[in-house]
Design a protein. Structure first.
Length: 467
């Protein structure tokens, strides 16, 4: 049979550049010689063993194990796949499968795996009058959270004994049958995410319908986040926006002696306190292009705060326009931050609170835009919750790879940088004296970096197995 390249060459040019494409022996080459770093990170942490012990075994004892399917999904997401169907592209790379030592599951097998996390009985206790409701998680989702908890404990640096939890929700647009409308008019879902800022690790997530406001019982999500921290963390802190200005949550943070800063709910009473502050008490925080920002302490006690409880600290922010817009009249506006931290002055406390934007919003952007959390795979709530959690787990695997194995210049690299420089390396496979080798066309420095990363992961793997 004539080759496609040969037929096209006789008929005319195949493309603008002077070459033709031919199908190679796929077992001899790979387009992703660096992608096994992801699998080696998973195995160095022993997460595959935790998954095998916690995830339910398949109903039929044949085919791939749940741990293997989870590993395949994490590899797919790290490689840039957004849907289960995208695994077909990885499966075409027979050289990659040879490096990993196993084939990839089919798209149907991966979608069936994600679908097993949906349990319709979780919705049976929903009060009929509640349109916005947070359903309890299925046993499978709780097991998947246990996998991520083990990853965090094994991947975090033990020298870091402080944990600042940045907590916020994000909207995922979806037009599934049961998707509801969020506060901004988008139809979809609104999961909560908690990030350990010092380690850039997602410690908890809670998948929610789009119509469930962030202020609808954020306490349970925050409690899970702190419970998932490793035991060597001795100093705990918390930052969030006004959705977390929820009295039971504030009481919990004060009771647990967790230092926090939360955007306060700007009630009529709090606004009156802000506007009553004398002008000489305001201190300049910063001058922006269009406005001046001043800061001041205000004495305020919300009506639902117990009189005998530890008093909260309220920091007011005043935004004064530097010039009026031509067609818009802007007046002075006020924001506020509530906190229990007394060791920082007002300006430092506000700046510390603002730092959460550099962590939690970065995580949201990566999860939705550079991994696969922005495209949900199913009409079933539990399956979508599992998909989102698998994306969070993938984020953590990449964080550990960057911080524990790769050079310092990759510490804050996003997935697209890892794909461009590491994962998508062309390689030629060769077997010599029973040793599988892959030759990659890179410079000495980059090759040494990759080899050193593999050696660090191997050291982590051996150290864990010796325990």
């Amino acid at each position: 049979m004539k080759s496609l390249g040969g037929r096209l060459r006789r008929r005319g040019r195949q493309g603008i550049l002077p070459f033709v494409l031919k199908q190679a022996k796929r077992v001899a080459v790979t387009a992703r010689a660096g992608l096994p770093l992801v699998v080696e990170t998973i195995r160095a942490l022993g997460v595959d063993e935790v998954a095998g012990a916690t995830l339910a075994p398949p109903k039929r004892q044949r085919g791939f194990t749940p741990a293997h399917k989870r590993e395949a999904l994490v590899t797919l997401l790290a490689a840039g796949g957004e849907r289960g169907e995208d695994v077909r592209v990885l499966a075409e790379d027979k050289g990659l499968e040879q490096l990993l030592g196993a084939p990839f599951p089919s798209p149907d097998a991966l979608l069936d795996f994600v679908g097993q996390f949906h349990d319709p009985t979780c919705w049976e206790k929903r009060p009929p009058e509640k349109k916005a409701w947070v359903a309890p998680e299925s046993a499978g989702l709780r097991a998947l959270e246990a996998v991520n908890r083990a990853l965090v404990a094994r991947g975090a640096e033990r020298s870091v004994t402080q944990a600042t939890i940045d907590h916020d929700g994000t909207i995922i647009e979806a037009h599934k049958r049961d998707a509801t409308i969020a506060y901004e008019g988008t139809r979809g879902f609104q999961p909560l995410v908690a990030v350990w800022a010092e380690q850039q690790l997602v410690v908890a997530d809670e998948f929610r319908d789009g119509n469930v406001a962030g202020g609808e019982d954020p306490l349970s999500s925050v409690q899970r986040a702190f419970a998932n921290l490793p035991p060597w963390v001795v100093e705990r802190r918390f930052r969030a926006d006004s959705a977390a200005s929820y009295t039971p949550l504030l009481k919990y943070l004060v009771r647990e002696q967790i230092g926090f800063a939360i955007s306060a709910d700007m009630t009529r009473e709090l606004r009156a306190c802000c506007t009553a502050v004398a002008n000489q008490r305001w201190a300049l925080l910063e001058t922006r292009e269009r406005e001046q920002v001043d800061v001041a302490e205000v004495e305020f006690t919300p009506g639902d705060w117990p009189r005998a409880a530890w008093p909260l600290r309220y920091i007011a922010l005043r935004f004064t326009p530097r010039q009026q817009e031509l067609l818009e009249s802007r007046g002075v506006t006020y924001h506020a931050v509530v906190s229990n931290r007394d060791e920082l002055d007002a300006a430092h406390l506000v700046r510390w609170h603002r730092e959460k934007a550099g962590t939690i919003e970065h995580v949201h952007r990566v999860l939705k835009d550079e991994l696969g959390a922005g495209i949900l795979p199913s009409a079933r709530f539990g399956a979508n919750a599992a998909w989102f959690r698998l994306n969070a787990l993938t984020f953590n695997v990449l964080t550990v790879l960057k911080r524990r194995a790769l050079p310092e210049r990759f510490r804050d690299a996003r997935p697209k940088r890892l794909r461009y420089e590491l994962f998508t390396l062309g390689g030629e496979l060769a077997l010599h004296q029973r040793q599988l080798a892959v030759r990659v066309p890179v410079g000495d420095q980059r090759l040494q970096e990759i080899v050193a990363a593999r050696q660090r992961l191997l050291a982590m793997y051996d150290a864990r197995r010796r325990v």
